[in-house]
Write a protein that binds this ligand. Sequence first.
Ligand code: HEC
Ligand code: HEC
Ligand code: HEC
Ligand code: HEC
Length: 214
Amino acid sequence: MKRVHAIVSVLVVTMVATSAYSQIIPGDSTSYPSVGIVNSPHNLNNYPGVTVPGNRVCMPCHTPHNAVLSGEAGVLWNHAETQETFTMYSSTAGQPEAPSKLCLSCHDGVTAIDNYGGVTSTGIVITGDANLGTDLSNDHPIGIVYPTSNPTEFNDPTGFSPGIGGGPGVQLVTINGVDRVECTSCHQVHNNGLGSFLRVPIQESFLCMECHNK
Ligand code: HEC
Ligand code: HEC
Ligand code: HEC
Ligand code: HEC
């Protein structure tokens, strides 16, 4: 009975701590709600002034044929790529590559969000908080090598917990054979169930402590 009580009180504490999101239990991916592209800010039809013909929600980012960037991150990319030069958090990080560059092709606040294959862009750019701008020095570092060899500060990536939709949680992105932190380490561009397209909950700073041994 004692053991049952202990389990119940842990549950109660967890529920109180996350009462605003009562169904989300950090670390238990079956408790993470899913919200697909259509009902998310990544359905560009939800952005004021933008209309995607035929409500083809994937089209601003992907195309089955004649991709603008067929090789880039291997995702049949259909959107204009950012031409900006970015100020990075760390001087050791190179310019954004692969998935991060794809994100910044809208989130730089310069490249029109509806500038994609075969459609004339209206020139609408992201404004407000979702506009990261070209100065990334005040954002969590990206393009950096994950210090797997520093276990006192950084956790072993093989222990990362599963994420939203039962897919990978926090993940490292391998570029030129090196495991790095990129936008998609924390974000799942296709699922907004946790808000901010996060892979695992930010509640209890679970996301941060997947990597940081704090
Ligand atoms: C706002 C842009 C955006 C939209 C809209 C979008 N994607 Fe993606 N997609 C990406 C990016 C960026 C990547 C590469 C990063 C990654 O793999 O997480 C990607 C990767 C993929 C991949 C390969 C990796 C994976 O996750 O399996 C598939 C398949 C995919 N998208 C399918 C789709 C389909 C189908 C739709 C429409 C229902 C869609 N995407 C809508 C941006 C988008
Ligand atoms: C085709 C353009 C486009 C691409 C590519 C794109 N986004 Fe977005 N994203 C948007 C728009 C538009 C919004 C809504 C902005 C707003 O409401 O002000 C948005 C919103 C977001 C938000 C905020 C969601 C919320 O809950 O408010 C996050 C986080 C985000 N994007 C991350 C990413 C990441 C990470 C990538 C790359 C893997 C990416 N995006 C690629 C267009 C894009
Ligand atoms: C280390 C994890 C991490 C990385 C890497 C990361 N983000 Fe985020 N991002 C977050 C978290 C956490 C939030 C939610 C912040 C909040 O709710 O206060 C967020 C929020 C956002 C938002 C919404 C901003 C807002 O205030 O509405 C956008 C857009 C975004 N990220 C895009 C990106 C892009 C693009 C990259 C790569 C250049 C990136 N993120 C890299 C963790 C990360
Ligand atoms: C995917 C793994 C990962 C995740 C998730 C992550 N970080 Fe980091 N973080 C890193 C790495 C790697 C560095 C760079 C360390 C270095 O190069 O010294 C870093 C750097 C930082 C720094 C700067 C340290 C410095 O010395 O400049 C802060 C602060 C930080 N992270 C906070 C956070 C917070 C807050 C979150 C959650 C919102 C978070 N991180 C999520 C991997 C991660």
